[in-house]
Design a protein. Structure first.
Length: 184
Protein backbone atom coordinates (compact mmCIF):
# COMPACT_ATOMS: atom_id res chain seq x y z
CA UNK A 1 0.00 0.00 0.00
CA UNK A 2 1.43 3.32 -0.94
CA UNK A 3 1.17 6.46 1.09
CA UNK A 4 -2.00 7.50 -0.79
CA UNK A 5 -3.69 4.21 0.14
CA UNK A 6 -2.69 4.54 3.78
CA UNK A 7 -3.91 8.12 3.96
CA UNK A 8 -7.20 7.13 2.30
CA UNK A 9 -7.74 4.32 4.78
CA UNK A 10 -6.95 6.52 7.78
CA UNK A 11 -9.12 9.35 6.43
CA UNK A 12 -12.01 6.97 5.91
CA UNK A 13 -11.76 5.10 9.25
CA UNK A 14 -9.53 7.04 11.62
CA UNK A 15 -6.62 5.73 13.62
CA UNK A 16 -6.61 1.93 13.98
CA UNK A 17 -6.96 0.41 17.42
CA UNK A 18 -4.47 -2.35 16.57
CA UNK A 19 -2.62 -3.57 13.48
CA UNK A 20 -1.53 -7.16 12.71
CA UNK A 21 0.46 -8.15 9.65
CA UNK A 22 1.73 -11.09 7.69
CA UNK A 23 5.49 -11.47 8.15
CA UNK A 24 6.11 -11.24 4.40
CA UNK A 25 7.86 -8.15 3.06
CA UNK A 26 5.08 -6.38 1.16
CA UNK A 27 2.61 -6.74 4.04
CA UNK A 28 5.22 -5.74 6.63
CA UNK A 29 6.06 -2.64 4.61
CA UNK A 30 2.36 -1.72 4.49
CA UNK A 31 1.99 -2.22 8.24
CA UNK A 32 5.07 -0.05 8.82
CA UNK A 33 3.66 2.64 6.53
CA UNK A 34 0.44 2.70 8.56
CA UNK A 35 2.50 2.92 11.76
CA UNK A 36 4.48 5.82 10.32
CA UNK A 37 1.24 7.63 9.42
CA UNK A 38 -0.72 7.02 12.63
CA UNK A 39 1.83 5.98 15.27
CA UNK A 40 0.02 2.74 16.14
CA UNK A 41 2.58 -0.08 16.39
CA UNK A 42 1.95 -3.27 14.47
CA UNK A 43 2.47 -6.92 15.37
CA UNK A 44 3.42 -9.86 13.19
CA UNK A 45 0.98 -12.75 13.04
CA UNK A 46 2.34 -15.70 11.06
CA UNK A 47 -1.21 -16.89 10.35
CA UNK A 48 -1.88 -13.81 8.17
CA UNK A 49 0.73 -14.92 5.62
CA UNK A 50 0.00 -15.62 1.96
CA UNK A 51 -1.26 -19.03 0.87
CA UNK A 52 1.41 -21.64 0.25
CA UNK A 53 1.89 -22.28 -3.45
CA UNK A 54 3.93 -25.40 -2.72
CA UNK A 55 6.32 -26.48 -5.46
CA UNK A 56 5.21 -23.49 -7.56
CA UNK A 57 6.84 -20.95 -5.25
CA UNK A 58 9.61 -19.09 -7.03
CA UNK A 59 8.55 -20.22 -10.52
CA UNK A 60 7.48 -17.85 -13.27
CA UNK A 61 4.14 -18.11 -15.08
CA UNK A 62 6.03 -19.30 -18.18
CA UNK A 63 7.64 -22.10 -16.16
CA UNK A 64 4.25 -23.08 -14.72
CA UNK A 65 2.70 -23.14 -18.20
CA UNK A 66 5.50 -25.40 -19.43
CA UNK A 67 5.76 -27.76 -16.44
CA UNK A 68 2.20 -27.72 -15.04
CA UNK A 69 -0.19 -26.81 -17.88
CA UNK A 70 -3.26 -28.70 -16.56
CA UNK A 71 -2.75 -27.53 -13.00
CA UNK A 72 -2.26 -23.92 -14.15
CA UNK A 73 -5.52 -24.12 -16.11
CA UNK A 74 -7.29 -25.29 -12.94
CA UNK A 75 -5.77 -22.39 -10.98
CA UNK A 76 -6.66 -19.87 -13.70
CA UNK A 77 -10.26 -21.13 -13.55
CA UNK A 78 -10.34 -20.42 -9.80
CA UNK A 79 -9.68 -23.95 -8.60
CA UNK A 80 -7.10 -25.55 -6.37
CA UNK A 81 -4.58 -27.59 -8.39
CA UNK A 82 -3.39 -30.90 -7.00
CA UNK A 83 0.30 -30.10 -6.51
CA UNK A 84 2.61 -30.84 -3.57
CA UNK A 85 2.43 -28.19 -0.85
CA UNK A 86 -0.49 -26.23 -2.35
CA UNK A 87 -2.69 -24.70 0.37
CA UNK A 88 -6.33 -24.92 -0.69
CA UNK A 89 -8.65 -21.92 -0.58
CA UNK A 90 -10.69 -23.62 2.15
CA UNK A 91 -7.57 -24.08 4.30
CA UNK A 92 -6.42 -20.49 3.70
CA UNK A 93 -9.90 -19.20 4.57
CA UNK A 94 -10.00 -21.20 7.80
CA UNK A 95 -6.54 -20.01 8.82
CA UNK A 96 -7.10 -16.32 8.11
CA UNK A 97 -10.70 -16.20 9.40
CA UNK A 98 -9.68 -18.04 12.56
CA UNK A 99 -6.85 -15.58 13.18
CA UNK A 100 -9.05 -12.52 12.60
CA UNK A 101 -11.76 -13.98 14.84
CA UNK A 102 -9.26 -14.77 17.60
CA UNK A 103 -7.88 -11.21 17.67
CA UNK A 104 -11.26 -9.50 17.34
CA UNK A 105 -12.82 -11.69 20.03
CA UNK A 106 -9.92 -10.99 22.40
CA UNK A 107 -10.29 -7.25 21.92
CA UNK A 108 -14.09 -7.34 22.08
CA UNK A 109 -14.24 -9.44 25.24
CA UNK A 110 -11.86 -7.16 27.12
CA UNK A 111 -14.24 -4.77 28.92
CA UNK A 112 -11.62 -2.02 29.03
CA UNK A 113 -11.21 -2.15 25.27
CA UNK A 114 -14.87 -2.58 24.24
CA UNK A 115 -15.58 1.15 24.49
CA UNK A 116 -12.41 1.92 22.54
CA UNK A 117 -13.36 -0.52 19.77
CA UNK A 118 -16.96 0.62 19.41
CA UNK A 119 -16.14 4.31 19.55
CA UNK A 120 -12.59 4.20 18.23
CA UNK A 121 -10.80 3.10 15.11
CA UNK A 122 -10.80 -0.22 13.33
CA UNK A 123 -8.72 -3.31 13.86
CA UNK A 124 -6.47 -3.67 10.81
CA UNK A 125 -5.15 -6.93 9.37
CA UNK A 126 -2.52 -6.65 6.64
CA UNK A 127 -2.19 -9.68 4.42
CA UNK A 128 -2.21 -10.71 0.75
CA UNK A 129 -4.97 -10.71 -1.87
CA UNK A 130 -5.91 -14.37 -2.03
CA UNK A 131 -5.55 -14.82 1.73
CA UNK A 132 -7.73 -11.78 2.40
CA UNK A 133 -10.38 -12.91 -0.08
CA UNK A 134 -10.43 -16.50 1.26
CA UNK A 135 -10.64 -15.25 4.86
CA UNK A 136 -13.46 -12.84 4.00
CA UNK A 137 -15.44 -15.60 2.26
CA UNK A 138 -15.04 -17.81 5.32
CA UNK A 139 -16.06 -15.08 7.77
CA UNK A 140 -19.13 -14.32 5.62
CA UNK A 141 -20.02 -18.03 5.33
CA UNK A 142 -19.73 -17.92 1.54
CA UNK A 143 -18.64 -20.91 -0.57
CA UNK A 144 -14.97 -21.14 -1.44
CA UNK A 145 -15.29 -19.88 -5.00
CA UNK A 146 -12.92 -17.03 -5.87
CA UNK A 147 -15.35 -15.46 -8.34
CA UNK A 148 -17.95 -14.82 -5.61
CA UNK A 149 -16.18 -11.72 -4.30
CA UNK A 150 -13.45 -11.38 -6.90
CA UNK A 151 -9.87 -10.19 -6.95
CA UNK A 152 -8.39 -7.69 -4.50
CA UNK A 153 -6.03 -5.15 -6.05
CA UNK A 154 -2.73 -4.20 -4.42
CA UNK A 155 -3.10 -1.38 -1.88
CA UNK A 156 -6.82 -2.18 -1.48
CA UNK A 157 -8.77 -3.60 1.40
CA UNK A 158 -11.96 -5.25 2.63
CA UNK A 159 -14.17 -3.73 5.31
CA UNK A 160 -16.03 -6.15 7.56
CA UNK A 161 -18.18 -5.43 10.58
CA UNK A 162 -18.21 -7.76 13.59
CA UNK A 163 -21.41 -8.29 15.56
CA UNK A 164 -20.69 -10.47 18.62
CA UNK A 165 -24.31 -11.47 19.22
CA UNK A 166 -26.00 -12.42 15.98
CA UNK A 167 -29.71 -12.38 15.25
CA UNK A 168 -31.78 -14.81 17.32
CA UNK A 169 -28.75 -15.80 19.39
CA UNK A 170 -26.95 -17.32 16.40
CA UNK A 171 -23.57 -16.09 17.63
CA UNK A 172 -21.05 -13.81 16.02
CA UNK A 173 -22.01 -12.40 12.63
CA UNK A 174 -19.75 -10.71 10.09
CA UNK A 175 -21.15 -8.38 7.45
CA UNK A 176 -19.42 -7.04 4.37
CA UNK A 177 -19.27 -3.24 4.34
CA UNK A 178 -16.99 -2.74 1.31
CA UNK A 179 -14.74 -4.83 -0.91
CA UNK A 180 -11.63 -3.95 -2.92
CA UNK A 181 -11.54 -0.38 -1.63
CA UNK A 182 -8.48 1.74 -2.30
CA UNK A 183 -6.88 4.51 -4.29
CA UNK A 184 -7.68 4.74 -7.97
Amino acid sequence: MGRAGGELMLGRHGTPREIWSSPLQRASETAQLLTDLCRVPWSVDEQMTQRSYGVWEGLTVDQLAQDFPEELAIRNAGGDPDIPGWETGIDVGRRVAGTVTRHVTRVWENDDLRTMVTSGGPLVFVSHGSAIAAGARRLLNLPEQPNILGHINHAHWVELRYQPDGAAGVGAVWTLQAYNVGPH
